[in-house]
Write a protein that binds this ligand. Sequence first.
Ligand code: HPA
Length: 272
Amino acid sequence: MLEKIQQTKAFLASKTQLKPKAGIVLGTGLGNLSTEIKIETAIPYEEIPNFPVSTVEGHSGKLLFGTLNGIPVVAMQGRFHYYEGYSLQECTFPIRVMKALGIEQLFLSNASGGVNANFEVGDIMLITDHINLLPDNPLRGKNISELGPRFPDMSEPYAKNLIASVKQIAKDNNIKIQEGVYAALSGPTFETPAEYKFIQIIGADAVGMSTVPEVIVARHMDIPCMALSIITDLGVDGKIIEISHEEVQQVAKAAEPKMTLIIKELLAKLHN
Ligand code: HPA
């Protein structure tokens, strides 16, 4: 693994001089942000040694190096999901590389189904904690002590200071923001009504199929994380309707400007 990380880092160094201060996973809801990044280099995943290749609809796969408001960033345009068939170690390899490139924070976004009765479709939820319901953990196997501890602390999966900053930014810009716990399931099926109920009972506010593996790996390496989720449908009793990937994308698209604004302001606050 260490060798692979160094190999990938050396390849990227041959493509760009940029030294990113922050890493961004442009999941659902942040696609628009890629148009705001002044891109210096965009590298398709299939050209990057040791990277898996993204397959899912609506996610193109490129690693972007550029500046956002003048701040150097590295961004994943499209992520790798467990349901695509990759191991969680493969899904999270890009986060390992981002750490080697020197990022100081990791920002992520996703789409999710809300199971909190106070949520509405189109809400943005600031993830304050998570529950890993994936049938694996990306840290299973031999620990690489150069990267992090065998038993990583998870008392602050999402950095408290970043949560506070995002809440302030939302307030200053009149953006409604919900807060809550995100549960990650493997997918690719959306949940049955009984599964939504189970997720709500165990203490989650939203459910999706991503983000948690990346955050686990980032925390293993002590990178502070911040994640936003767009509530694209509701798994709340009486409000459950048929959903499709297309509808999820559509709702997420509508929330993009707000998501983009939050990330830009947060970066400026941290790095200016
Ligand atoms: N469940 C799981 N993943 C999702 C959902 C959902 O309801 N909505 C968007 N991503």
